[in-house]
Design a binder for this molecule. Structure first.
Ligand SMILES: NC(=O)c1ccc[n+]([C@@H]2O[C@H](COP(=O)([O-])OP(=O)(O)OC[C@H]3O[C@@H](n4cnc5c(N)ncnc54)[C@H](OP(=O)(O)O)[C@@H]3O)[C@@H](O)[C@H]2O)c1
Length: 253
């Protein structure tokens, strides 16, 4: 996303919690060296998010776009989940977005313009069994973003929710603690990241509210679910049942 924004002429403040990773990513975009700046921020930390946003505004003079994108995945039987797991995922996937929006909206209101793009998930508009924690946070992101989209429509502020379904990033290789297992493959049908970034930024430019990536077949799936398609209901229950059986046999999802 940062690379695509730079290609399109933006000045980018690329944020992450790990200094080495951010430095490496910024160095990888050295061709744009006057327009890319690293920002070290743990998005679960309110003070750090506030400082990152206010420092960026102070240095750049304005914030046209804010992407609240960091997130972690989760997949486990609900009965094995702890309250510490709940706290961790809500802090990372939902409070991070709340902090970002909370501190950016006043700046954007003062400017009279701005666009906040929050990364939810296809599982922020469509359920997935064994991902109840993840879905809770992502439905929350969609709800927050959609409400503000209308609330600030007459103030020059825009809001979008990115709903990736299956994009080829390292998320598939990570466990709940962020450890990468290189033996886990990224699904072969996952949508390429560069195409996803192009598509997302095209839709952001159109000021689309909900951005499903890739749009098809997932939009049809979403519509079928919300229309109460009986066949789909059966299929979702069958997939859940198969997964539980597999888990109970192999202790893995
Ligand atoms: N890829 C998909 O198919 C898919 C589907 C649905 C939704 N999404 C959403 O898309 C977003 C981006 O995920 P991705 O696919 O690009 O996965 P990713 O490669 O694992 O990226 C997630 C990023 O979030 C960062 N992060 C996690 N916790 C953080 C924290 N406390 N503070 C700062 N940064 C933190 C990670 O940093 P570290 O490297 O330091 O851990 C990592 O750079 C997430 O919100 C995810 O839920 C992705």
């Amino acid at each position: 996303m940062s690379a695509e924004l730079l290609k399109r002429g933006a000045i980018v403040y690329m944020a992450g919690r790990n200094k080495e990773k951010i430095t490496e990513a910024v160095e990888g975009l050295a061709a744009y060296k006057n327009r890319i700046h690293p920002v070290i921020v743990d998005v679960t930390n309110q003070t750090q998010v506030q400082k990152a946003i206010s420092d960026t505004k102070a240095e750049a003079g304005r914030i046209d776009l804010l992407f609240n994108n960091a997130g972690i995945g989760q997949g486990s039987l609900f009965e094995t989940v702890t309250l510490a797991d709940w706290k961790k995922i809500i802090d990372t996937n939902l409070w991070s977005v709340i902090y970002g929006v909370h501190f950016a909206v006043p700046i954007m209101l003062e400017q009279g313009f701005g666009h906040i793009v929050n990364t939810g998930s296809f599982n922020g508009i469509f359920p997935s069994s064994f991902q109840a924690l993840y879905c809770t946070t992502k439905f929350g992101v969609t709800g927050l973003t959609e409400c503000l989209r209308y609330e600030y429509a007459d103030k020059g502020l825009f809001f979008s929710t990115i709903c990736p379904a299956n994009v080829a990033t390292p998320i598939f290789k990570k466990d709940f603690d962020g450890r990468v297992n290189d033996e886990v493959p990224i699904p072969s049908d996952a949508y390429p990241v560069d195409k996803a970034a192009e598509y997302i930024l095209d839709k952001v430019a159109e000021r689309r509210g909900i951005i499903i990536v890739p749009e098809e077949p997932f939009k049809q799936l979403y519509l079928g679910y919300w229309n109460g398609n009986k066949q789909l209901e059966k299929e979702l229950a069958r997939v859940a049942c198969d997964r539980r059986t597999a888990y109970e046999k192999n202790a893995s999802l």
